[in-house]
Design a protein around this ligand. Structure first.
Ligand SMILES: Cc1cc2nc3c(=O)[nH]c(=O)nc-3n(C[C@H](O)[C@H](O)[C@H](O)COP(=O)(O)OP(=O)(O)OC[C@H]3O[C@@H](n4cnc5c(N)ncnc54)[C@H](O)[C@@H]3O)c2cc1C
Length: 335
């Protein structure tokens, strides 16, 4: 394992922010991880665990050690589960699952990032979430250097949430994830956009691969490609509010959309709130709000992460003053 110095992080974050890491280590094995944590030189330095860099906003140079997780391997176990090492690319794993006769994660095709990061915010798209197929994970406990196993319920998954973002924040490094994938060929096409693509191709009984292809084509047509325009996907979470508050908002905004959560709560699309607050398509120097997706903040090239963070805070203030709703940032802010 090599530790590099003064490394540009531009290729390592999908926002394309050009910050520098004082130290940068690529971890290819569990013993690499133990060695790096035992190294006296790095003991007191701040550390940033890095996967695919698709859910972070770097606000300044990182005066510590960046630990890039590059553990590899996908293994079908005899009990039928599939064990994947944290550094595998998520979408490559989806393609692997389809090729090997599994299904269950085709709706999560083309989500950027690593398998080991997927449980952090319980990734989700088109009606499916990681928790639906998640069995357990192994995680390195930084303080004790022990490996602990977390079951589905112990991860306390919620909408873009897990224990690793809250009470256990910063305590663990996820090493591997075990999945319970089906091999039934049954697919989930409840989402209108998927049905529309399949219908346009006259597909009546879609295979998991056909659903994956449909999801890929929808995502490619809707979301800005980070290789062309720097971004981290949805910058904010869709807020969940009380139905009673929603009814009051509806009196003023007749067209406000919502999705039912339960008897007392509804989810409101954050993109709609941001658009109504006048931010959609706003360009400030070399960064702004995407012209088609108000939920996506973008770096048009050479932007400063802190400027994007300040923009995000202004958007939060606008939405709060217009709708009395607080938008939570989904992206991890690295200061
Ligand atoms: C174009 C685009 C579309 C997206 N669409 C979706 C979507 O549909 N649904 C969705 O849920 N998300 C979506 N995302 C967000 C992102 O893809 C996911 O959050 C993904 O899981 C992030 O993985 P990563 O490896 O890139 O994480 P990183 O950005 O590298 O890290 C994210 C956080 O996790 C921590 N971390 C990373 N690896 C580990 C580890 N092994 N152990 C402990 N902590 C770790 C980091 O320190 C950081 O705080 C999208 C992003 C983009 C750019």
């Amino acid at each position: 394992m090599k530790v590099l110095e003064n490394v540009s992080l531009k290729p390592y974050n999908t926002f394309g922010i050009d910050c520098t890491a004082r130290y940068f280590a690529i971890i290819e094995s569990r013993s690499d991880l133990r060695k790096i944590y035992a190294e006296p030189e790095f003991l007191k330095l701040p550390k940033l665990i890095l996967g695919g860099g698709s859910n972070i906003l770097l606000c300044s140079d990182f005066e510590g050690l960046v630990i890039k997780i590059d553990l590899k391997g996908i293994e079908g176990l005899t009990d039928g589960s599939v064990k994947v090492q944290a550094g595998e690319n998520w979408h490559d794993f989806v393609l692997w699952s389809l090729k090997n006769g599994y299904n269950g994660i085709e709706n999560l095709s083309l989500i950027p990032g690593n398998v080991g990061t997927a449980p952090m915010q319980n990734i989700g798209a088109y009606g499916v979430e990681l928790k639906d197929v998640f069995l357990d994970l192994e995680a390195f406990h930084i303080e004790s250097e022990e490996v602990h196993v977390f079951s589905n319920s112990q991860c306390e998954f919620g909408y873009r949430e897990s224990i690793f973002k809250h009470s256990r924040r910063g305590e663990y490094i996820i090493l591997s994830v075990r999945f319970n994938l089906a091999n039934t060929g049954n697919v989930d096409v409840r989402y209108g956009a998927i049905t529309a693509v399949l219908e346009s191709k006259s597909i009546v009984n879609p295979t998991p691969k056909q659903v994956s292809d449909a999801v890929i084509s929808i995502r490619e047509s809707k979301l800005p490609d980070p290789k062309k325009i720097g971004n981290a996907g949805s910058f904010f979470k869709n807020p969940v509010i009380l139905k009673s508050d929603f009814i009051k908002l509806q009196e003023q905004y007749k067209d406000i959309p919502s999705y039912p959560i339960n008897d007392v709560e509804v989810k409101v699309p954050a993109g709609w709130l941001i658009e109504k607050s006048g931010w959609k398509g706003k360009v400030i120097d070399n960064y702004g709000v995407h012209k088609n997706q108000a939920l996506v903040l973008v770096n048009y090239g050479g932007a400063n992460g802190n400027d994007i963070y300040q923009l995000a805070k202004k958007i939060q203030e606008s939405v709060k003053s217009s709708f009395d709703i607080h938008l939570h940032m989904e992206v991890n802010i690295i200061k």
